[in-house]
Design a protein around this ligand. Sequence first.
Ligand SMILES: Cc1cc2nc3c(=O)[nH]c(=O)nc-3n(C[C@H](O)[C@H](O)[C@H](O)COP(=O)(O)OP(=O)(O)OC[C@H]3O[C@@H](n4cnc5c(N)ncnc54)[C@H](O)[C@@H]3O)c2cc1C
Length: 272
Amino acid sequence: MGPVPFEATVTDVDAGTATVRYRDANGIHDARGRFLAGCDGSHGATRGAIPAALSRRHARDHGVAWLAVLAEAAQSMPAVTYAIHDNGFAGHMARSPEVTRYYLQVPAGDDPASWTDDRIWTELAVRMRVERFGALKQGRITERRIVRLRSEVVDPIQYERLFLVGDAASLISPSAAKGANLAILEAKVLANALVDAIVRADERALTGYSGTCLPRIWRAQEFSHWMIDLLHGPADGAPDAGFQRALRRARLDSLRDSRAHQNLFAEHYVGI
Ligand SMILES: Cc1cc2nc3c(=O)[nH]c(=O)nc-3n(C[C@H](O)[C@H](O)[C@H](O)COP(=O)(O)OP(=O)(O)OC[C@H]3O[C@@H](n4cnc5c(N)ncnc54)[C@H](O)[C@@H]3O)c2cc1C
């Protein structure tokens, strides 16, 4: 791993080069290259380097918040588990043999500190119906933070010699677990395009980078959006709450009963 630079800014991008100015322990430097891959996440410097007049930023706040928890505990169920309950959504995802991520839907603005270990395990037990599916394996909670479900897509995700990758290009709510998958897909598309450009002097794939990636990003966004509607009930006091609940029930029934629907869901979820 190279030195970690701080305060990086993109100072210049044109048809021939890109320059990043950064500070490290030895001072301020300029790094100049033929290509710039923006892999610095949603808070990095590269996504703002595309002139606003030349790109659109599509954004949606889904009005839903999750308490994201990491527990030093083995997984309690054989697979990723989503629980729908009148108290709100709960999720279970194994991260390693010793660590499991859990989610609890909470009111936006909740203070994570108000969620003690006991309160978290009690609420998870209720929403995940342990009396029917078995007790949860508990352990020390090492992370608890509020994640607001937001989506954002930059369009296009390239400008001159700059190519955005992963969360720098698009943010996707964790409801369908797609963010890291998209980041890897885009990194692979960009890596192959750079090989074509550098080794074969063929820039067609590089020119088409945004056009190749954006349809896949939107397909993932569409599925994630469908999952958000499925996992969360209507907002408190929504005038059509009964209608929304009935639609959700119909969606779940279809997913439970229709083989064709299950196959489509699996294809979207795995990301073929
Ligand atoms: C709670 C939660 C759960 C998630 N679960 C899943 C899941 O189950 N499956 C899934 O596919 N995705 C999941 N995601 C999404 C996934 O984490 C992201 O989509 C993915 O990490 C994006 O990768 P990235 O490399 O584009 O950005 P990041 O992971 O944000 O990496 C960017 C890196 O660049 C560094 N950086 C930025 N600026 C500088 C600088 N100036 N100098 C040095 N370093 C810099 C940052 O520190 C960071 O390490 C989840 C996200 C959240 C918040």
